[in-house]
Design a protein around this ligand. Sequence first.
Ligand code: FAD
Length: 592
Amino acid sequence: MPGYKAPLDDIRFLLHDVFKLEEFCAEFPAFEDVDTDTVNAILEEAAKLCEQVLAPIDASGDTDGAKRVDGGVQAASGFAQAYKAFSEGAWGALGGDPEYGGMGMPKTLVSAVEEMVQGSNMAFGLAPMLTAGACLAIQAHGSDQLKQLYLPKMYSGEWTGAMDLTEAHAGTDLGLMRTKAVPNGDGSYEISGTKIFITWGEHDMTENIVHLVLAKLPDAPKGSRGISLFLVPKFLPGDASELGERNNVHCGSIEHKMGIHGSPTCVMNFDGAKGWLIGEPNQGLACMFTMMNYERLVVGIQGIGVAESSYQTARDYALDRLQGRAPQGPLNPEQIADPIIVHPDVRRMLMEMKALNEASRAFYFYVARWLDTAKYAEDEGQRKIAGERVALLTPVAKSFMTDRALEVCVTGQQVLGGHGYIAEWGQDQKVRDVRITQIYEGTNGVQAMDLIGRKTVAAKGALMSSYIAEMREDLALAKDAGIDQSIADRFAEVVQCLEATTQFIVESSEPELSGAVAVDYLDMTGYVAFAHMWIMMLNVCTGQIASRVGIQGGKLSTANFYFAKVLPTISALEAKIKAGAASILSLESTQF
Ligand SMILES: Cc1cc2nc3c(=O)[nH]c(=O)nc-3n(C[C@H](O)[C@H](O)[C@H](O)COP(=O)(O)OP(=O)(O)OC[C@H]3O[C@@H](n4cnc5c(N)ncnc54)[C@H](O)[C@@H]3O)c2cc1C
């Protein structure tokens, strides 16, 4: 099985040349120490960890899986040692608050490390991902005491975090949840209920696990307005964060599932467990939203991480596997056959993978940069614009990146023919692993409803208009830089199409339209957003950069492919949206 290689060249091109990380950081006092040497050192060290420690236990984690042992959960073999290496490298502290032991690096840089971690071993990567999410919620909404007690231990990797939202009867509709929190009268609460599907809810990699649990207070308003957020540790810490009594939170079982076998998915029973409120009563969902934009972006990043790994295997296989002859005659006459990369259909598959992956990578940096601006800009107006852009694009990053990632991974399987279906090459695992990214953190269908409903129709199209204006500004810059006229014209057309389609949706009086076309609209936004990324990349592919990445790295050809062979999908999406809801709704429920 081929090893994972961190895509450092492309990451450096995007960070330094396209998104100009150093110039960007110079605008923020919080990032004054972030210079090129620091960035490159972080990237190289992360690549080593991912290639040498995490990737080698990816396949064994899939076959061994996490196991139920003596009422607890034993991590797949090698995972505990890998987590120790991860923690010793201080990777859990990278984006954390410096006041509590974090390194305070920008999300734009942290994202690159996340891609490598998730791409080399997604099942493992879920543990630090959920820990970082829990830290964000504690840091933004927890009391000073909770921050002091928990954040240093979580940044250092001594304790992990888990997010406990889902219940058997409350998945998408969290307002239906039944878990209760009753005040103890001493500032703590007694939490009772059962959560399901809790990722890394129980394990033996660290001494403590910090659960962030959604529950209802007595007399809470009905539905989602009556949900509060609580911190519930497995072991109750003393004043100096030393481990104390075992809390009444236990793992009931772990799920048998399609992929990410190295990541335990747990039923968690809270039997009067002791917990502490985070944020205000009944504001639990609002508190969760603080970290949701980050978490959802990381789910998108999981997609591209795994899709990149699938691409690497498919590319190497296609260069090596000898079958048939090139259409123009033997290119490898001294061998029994030509490598399959000579076949146009194999090239089509590889080009699709490459064009989508590279745009996807650019897109997560783009969204991460807005996240940094929303959090760290000194100017309130700048923070507001950035917050709106993040709100608009988070569902796109989560859904479009993961939907395309599954397509890429299936294509990566296809390139290997039957060898992609059997386990030996690992392409099957990538399809199985990446599939969950379309489901958790809010299903992709529900993300599409969020984009079209709250972010577009409710905002009367204003957030999309501002995004479209930025795309047009970037097109003007790219034209000045001399990009190909036909690409510029094509981009102008699809932006115009997105604008007109948005207007059509916002002005529609058909009540079911939004729900019926939400996924098509999200896809249209995603394809245009990826085209925007190609425009931004082409914009800098001049002079020295062009000779480094434009020609050698195939950026110009890959951009041409995206505009010629991927972007025409927009026309089909436009037709589907214009066709409205009627054909979806015409059957009675009993006719299905
Ligand atoms: C491996 C794994 C790990 C997970 N990890 C965690 C975790 O760590 N913590 C946690 O709390 N949860 C976790 N989850 C739960 C996950 O987030 C939920 O499964 C997901 O949110 C969907 O909820 P559900 O499964 O109940 O589906 P449902 O909500 O029942 O949805 C079923 C279908 O109906 C659609 N649907 C539902 N409501 C609407 C609507 N209003 N409009 C349109 N369509 C709708 C959905 O899109 C979906 O297609 C995990 C799940 C899995 C499988």
